[in-house]
Write a protein that binds this ligand. Structure first.
Ligand SMILES: C[S@@+](CC[C@H](N)C(=O)[O-])C[C@H]1O[C@@H](n2cnc3c(N)ncnc32)[C@H](O)[C@@H]1O
Length: 222
């Protein structure tokens, strides 16, 4: 084999190793923690701002592989989760992510998890039962969001709230590093939410450097 062929073969092997790795690795918007204190650090730094409470029934729209919800359940027991996605391949990874975390903390996680496949136009979630609906790093990825955002009014129970976590742009034209979608600008985002019938109840900064914000909305209709 000449040098050129060897280099080509080497390149193919390297490419295969990397492509296999990414196929085998659970879909990872968020790096897997190496130990319990990493989960605790993220929870105490920002995930507590979702204000999830013991015993609540919570939907997470666009939950990906459920890693954030699993991690919240390491601290808050007895949540009934509905993890919703439009991408079934991400929901398929849920069991693996749950097992990973249970092994890491050395005990089973006290929560009920229901996996729900929705469509671009409908969440597929049951109506009227949710104390909290979460959209964690999802809103900016939904291109036609009016239908879903109006449906969320029907999902919430009487006192239910909608939490939206987003990395908000500081200047016009910023994009998200992972998906390349434009970052939301706060005034436009709040106006859009108002147009969909939500009123802002609270907003909190989770992380300064990435301008990670947590917004709590109430349904004006409720
Ligand atoms: C950036 S990821 C965030 C995943 C997860 N919430 C997290 O924070 O790790 C955005 C997710 O939104 C999902 N998504 C996009 N459009 C959606 C829609 N119309 N309804 C539900 N999920 C959607 C994508 O499939 C993707 O998994």
């Amino acid at each position: 084999m000449n040098i050129k062929s060897k280099v080509l073969l080497l390149n193919i092997c390297v490419a295969l190793i990397f492509s296999c790795k990414s196929v085998n690795k659970p879909y990872n918007y968020k790096r897997f923690p190496d130990n319990y204190s990493e989960i605790q650090r993220d929870y105490e730094s920002y995930y507590y701002l979702n204000a999830c409470h013991r015993g609540e029934t919570i939907a997470s729209i666009g939950a990906g592989n459920g890693i954030k919800e699993i991690q919240i359940s390491c601290f808050i027991e007895g949540i009934t989760w509905y993890l919703q996605e439009i991408d079934s391949s991400r929901l398929y990874q849920f069991e693996e992510v749950l097992t990973y975390h249970e092994n890491l903390i050395g005990s089973s996680i006290n929560a009920d998890f229901n996996l729900v496949l929705g469509t671009e136009n409908s969440t597929g979630l049951p109506h009227g039962i949710f104390d909290r609906v979460l959209m964690l790093n999802v809103f900016h990825e939904i291109e036609s969001r009016e239908g879903i955002m109006r449906e969320i009014h029907q999902l919430l129970n009487e006192d239910g709230v909608l939490i939206i976590m987003e990395r908000i742009g500081k200047t016009v034209g910023e994009v998200h590093g992972d998906c390349n979608y434009p970052k939301l600008m706060e005034p436009n985002f709040l106006q859009e939410m108002n147009d969909y019938g939500y009123t802002l109840k609270r907003k909190k900064l989770g992380e300064e450097i990435s301008n990670l914000m947590f917004y709590t909305f109430e349904s004006i209709a409720s």
